[in-house]
Write a protein that binds this ligand. Structure first.
Ligand code: AMP
Length: 198
């Protein structure tokens, strides 16, 4: 079962992906986490990406597409993947469809986490204090939110054209958001793996 968590920065995609990963034996693939690893390891890619990330801008499509393509065949991804923060452009969405199709797979569910703007700012401030991310600044946040509105307006219709994209109310406490996500996932999990959560 392959799932996409779509939603603005600090919507709780990563938090929920980690919970669902454990419960369903799926693998969370977060391009943001992968890029932060490249940055902290000081790789050439990381050095290039850091500049864009600190400003809240997107890194080039081919960079994130390559990262996903490299990981998709790992044994941890065998039961399926939760894509978190990817795809962010139609080119990435098309590349993902191609990568999956070549492996006889597809995206089974796309869901959209909706969070109010004031809540996003509140969470971002909390995360900045806790994790010290360079892109959790007011300036970078503005760019990231603006970009999100821009790319969601293109990527969501791409998926809506293929089927329903259920909305999840991400303003609620973590547990309640997980319950909503599971309501969407359970029927698909039963269909694709023959059993519900682990
Ligand atoms: P995130 O943790 O998902 O908010 O990602 C942090 C930053 O990494 C973003 O602001 C972008 O600079 C970069 N990034 C992560 N995922 C992508 C993606 N799919 N496409 C382009 N840039 C990305």
């Amino acid at each position: 079962m392959n799932v996409i968590f779509f939603g603005p920065p600090a919507a709780g995609k990563g938090t929920q992906a980690k919970i669902i990963q454990e419960k369903y034996g799926l693998r969370q693939l977060s391009t943001g986490d992968m890029l932060r690893e490249e940055v902290s390891s000081g790789t050439e890619l990381g050095i290039k990406a850091k500049k864009l990330m600190d400003q809240g801008k997107l890194v080039p499509d081919h960079v994130v597409i390559d990262m996903i393509a490299k990981r998709i065949d790992s044994p941890e991804c065998a039961k399926g993947v939760i894509f978190d923060g990817f795809p962010r452009t139609v080119a990435q969405a098309e590349a993902l469809d191609k990568i999956l199709a070549e492996r006889g797979k597809k995206i089974d569910i796309v869901m959209e986490l909706e969070v109010d703007q004031n809540k996003i700012v509140e969470r971002m401030k909390k995360r900045a204090a806790e994790e010290g991310r360079n892109d959790d600044t007011v300036e970078a946040l503005k760019t990231r939110l603006h970009l999100y509105n821009d790319y969601s307006a293109k990527v969501l219709p791409y998926y809506r054209a293929q089927g329903p994209v259920p909305k999840i109310n991400g303003n609620q406490p973590i547990d309640s958001v997980t319950v909503q996500i599971e309501e969407v996932l359970q029927p698909e999990a039963v269909k694709t793996t023959g059993h519900a959560r682990q």
